[in-house]
Design a binder for this molecule. Structure first.
Ligand code: AMP
Ligand code: MG
Length: 519
């Protein structure tokens, strides 16, 4: 297997001068060289063929021992120098100081078809940034990360990718609910792929230490390779960079709100400087529409990262990035303008998105949308099924017929009675009036809606089923879900069973409705 290595990060940025793999504060460095731990019995469970193709790895090569050695950490690719990145961050709103890749190890960068990709193993052992943890990852969370990264990509959401999923043959101790019931689980490694894994926190680390020289080096590097469209110089260059990060972050969050994705841990160290969804931990998908839902048990009390807070939290995180970049820009007024543009962009695009989800080209009607949000929440309605089936309405429907078409989305249809039913019928009546006023045909509206509203998402219980099967060494469901989620907007009659509400057993089950950071 011949790969076109082209390292830049570990060539152009300062390396930790201490070569020992010991946990410590690392100064004056953007990363530390560290080798992955050699697993005892690596076993390849799944490969995302299209990610392999991006890297110039053929399907035949993914079946080779070389490939397994590479993606499991069994051997270091010739002439490569793996490393863990140094970063800091705000966790749940509090400054946490140095964090860094505690269980992620970058292997190398590849240049293929003029695209730069970094390969990174997650769960391949400790690094200088592992703090009190072990550097490993368990099978259940690795399945979740592998499948969700790819599902998000095919949904059209900016994201890091996942090349492969392997089990290591080593056991990892985890206390899933942090209640003193630790148990051994199968260790696993995912090979993540992205142009770069630089986070807001990489900038925050240097800024917090007043290491302006390295802050500038990192910003220059990031702009050179990942924001080549920026051609200004001096302070203007960094201001423009900040603006571009804001723009990309708005796009990412809009997509999350569109598909009903809840990240779960939007700490600044989990915010990609490229506007990619990164670090799939206790994430989840809105099933019954509840804007206040978060899957993360660690955040159960304050629910800082609940679904409807995500746009505001992204802004909060961008403020922190602004604080970090300030020494390079030193112009509060201009930076405030950049931040204001976040809200301007979001406030202008979100209503358009909501209209698109409803298949409407007419002007946004805030009262009508608010009423829908209230109804969806009050009725325990499956978000995905609701929007998908709403596309089946036709202009000649009565409001009763219209309501019947979305009834599949209700978890408890027998509760849609009296005033709640009246409110739904009223809303449907207004909606029918609105679609009648649209110029396009029913079919055109349906087609447009079905490119925005997915039919299939990685429902929390689906990932859980794949996990439970895999724990019994049956990996067929991982492959089935991967195949299904490659075409999330298409009708796939053979997979219609996945267009279904969360089953009752999953309602309050760990791994479905709630997840911890213990992964
Ligand atoms: P996150 O879960 O993404 O919010 O991670 C926060 C910090 O904890 C990052 O620095 C991670 O690298 C680190 N971390 C999380 N899990 C582990 C683990 N099992 N071993 C070592 N470091 C970890
Ligand atoms: Mg993280």
């Amino acid at each position: 297997m011949k790969l076109h290595l082209n390292d830049t990060f570990n060539q152009q940025l300062p390396a930790d001068s201490n070569a020992s793999n010991t946990r410590r504060q690392v100064f004056d460095a953007a990363f530390s060289f560290v080798s992955p731990r050699v697993p005892s019995h690596p076993n390849l469970l799944h490969v995302a063929d299209e990610v392999a193709e991006l890297l110039g790895i053929s399907q035949a090569e993914t079946q080779s021992l070389d490939f397994l050695n590479l993606v499991s950490g069994s051997s270091v690719y010739p002439d490569s120098k793996p490393y863990a990145m140094a970063y800091a961050g705000h966790q749940f709103g509090n400054w946490a100081g140095q964090l860094g890749d505690g269980r992620a190890i970058n292997l190398f960068e590849i240049l293929h078809n003029n695209q730069r990709w970094t390969l990174q193993l997650k769960g391949a052992g400790e690094t200088p940034y592992s703090r009190t943890a072990d550097g490993f990852a368990v099978l259940r969370s690795s399945i979740r990360e592998h499948l969700c990264s790819e599902a998000m990509y095919y949904l059209g959401v900016p994201t890091t990718r996942s090349l492969s999923l392997v089990t290591t043959g080593d056991k990892v101790l985890r206390d899933v609910l942090y209640n003193g019931n630790a148990a051994y689980e199968d260790g696993a490694v995912v090979c993540r792929v992205a142009p770069s894994f630089i986070r807001f926190g990489n900038f925050q680390l240097f800024a917090a230490r007043k290491d302006i020289k390295n802050l500038k080096t990192l910003a220059d590097y990031t702009i050179q390779y990942f924001y080549p469209e920026i051609t200004t110089s001096g302070k203007e260059k960094y201001l423009q960079f900040y603006q571009e990060v804001v723009n990309r972050t708005v796009e990412m969050v809009l997509d999350w709100q569109r598909v009903g994705f809840v990240h779960g841990v939007m700490n600044t160290d989990n915010m990609s400087i490229l506007g990619l969804t990164i670090d799939y931990g206790p994430y989840g998908w809105l099933e019954d529409y509840d804007p206040d839902w978060t899957p993360n048990t660690t955040d159960a009390e304050g629910r800082r990262y609940r679904f409807r807070n995500q746009p505001d939290i992204a802004l909060w995180n961008l403020v922190q990035l602004g604080n970090a970049l300030y020494p390079l820009i030193e112009d509060i007024a201009s930076m405030e303008q950049v931040l204001n543009s976040y809200s301007q962009q979001f406030d202008s695009q979100f209503p358009i998105l909501q209209q698109q989800k409803l298949g409407l080209q007419a002007e946004y009607d805030a009262h009508f949308q608010d009423e829908l949000t209230t109804l969806l929440t009050a009725s325990e309605t499956d978000m995905t099924i609701f929007y998908r089936n709403l596309a089946n309405l036709v202009k000649t429907d009565t409001s009763d017929e219209a309501l019947a078409k979305i009834t599949l989305a209700f978890y408890q249809p027998d509760k849609i009675v009296t005033t709640l039913k009246t409110s739904w019928l009223n809303w449907m009546e207004l909606y029918l009036e609105k679609i009648k006023a649209e110029v396009g045909s029913d079919e055109e509206r349906k087609q447009a809606m079905n490119t925005i509203n997915p039919k299939y998402v990685l429902r929390n219980y689906m990932a859980q089923l794949a996990i439970e099967a895999a724990e019994k060494e049956d990996y067929t469901l991982i492959d089935e879900l991967y195949t299904l989620l490659k075409n999330p907007y298409e009708e796939q009659p053979q997979y219609e069973k996945w267009f279904a509400k969360r089953p009752d057993w999953a309602r309050h089950k760990v791994g479905c409705s709630m997840l911890s950071c213990s992964s």
